[in-house]
Design a protein around this ligand. Structure first.
Ligand code: PGA
Length: 232
């Protein structure tokens, strides 16, 4: 089981330091734990979690090694910092920053080639689900990612469940995860309003290999409660 905390645009270096100091004192055996701070806090997280089993990943990564791409960061730069992975294709990137299946795939493939672990996000919007297009959307988004890789995992994040408090039912998550696994044989995390009180039943589904947690990963107690639910 993998539990990854996507901090989004929360926690600068000072808050990151406090969180990581507290996190490294927790007993979290039997679960892989990753935190994904904003770029400016990555170095702090890497430094404070060095020597622990907890991984540090970025929230995005560019496909080129370097170049005239204002605001972007490359995989080799992340590697230089000691960062071990990156999220790509989060729905907030797709919705607000123009990411497409093509740019997401380019980011994913370049990051994998550079030796990063990649969490690639897919998921349908509320409208797409209402129009019964979930399967079509997932086939398109997963298909664009290319071949399986030992460093690739997918996060199924139904857009309507992100930050809304609405969670997919365990059955609905299982159905989507099974479809995704049939398309690409990699672990699949569930994301979208995962909280301490719903984590166990979601993680109990056979197709659910972990969780990508947003809001509930910002608080140490709720994040570690979700990590512990994954060990059961
Ligand atoms: P949420 O976010 O847990 O706050 O819904 C999940 C995500 O966006 O990765």
């Amino acid at each position: 089981m993998l539990i990854a905390g996507n901090w989004k645009m929360y926690k600068g270096p000072a808050e990151t330091a406090a969180f990581c100091r507290a996190l490294r004192d927790q007993e979290l055996d039997g679960v892989d734990v990753v935190v994904c701070p904003p770029y400016v806090s990555l170095a702090t997280a890497v430094e404070l979690l060095a020597g622990t089993e907890i991984g540090v990943a970025a929230q995005n990564v560019h496909w080129d090694g370097e170049g005239p791409y204002t605001g972007e960061v490359s995989a080799s730069m992340l590697r230089e910092l000691g960062v071990y992975g990156a999220i790509v294709g989060h729905s907030e990137r797709r919705q607000y920053f123009g990411e497409t299946d093509e740019t997401v795939a380019k980011r994913a493939r370049a990051a994998l080639a550079a030796g990063l672990f990649v969490i690639a996000c897919v998921g349908e919007t509320e409208d797409e689900r209402a129009r019964d297009e979930t399967e079509t959307v997932l086939r398109r988004q997963v298909g664009a990612l290319g071949d399986p890789d030992e460093n690739l995992v997918i996060a199924y994040e139904p857009v309507w469940a992100i930050g809304t408090g609405k969670t997919a039912t365990p059955e609905l998550a299982q159905e989507a995860h099974a479809l995704i696994k049939s398309l690409l044989d990699v672990p699949v995390l569930y994301g979208g309003s995962v909280k301490p009180d719903n984590a166990a039943e979601l993680l109990a589904q056979p197709g659910v290999d972990g969780a990508l947690v947003g809001g509930a990963s910002l608080d140490l107690d709720s994040f570690t409660a979700i990590c512990r639910a994954a060990t059961r």
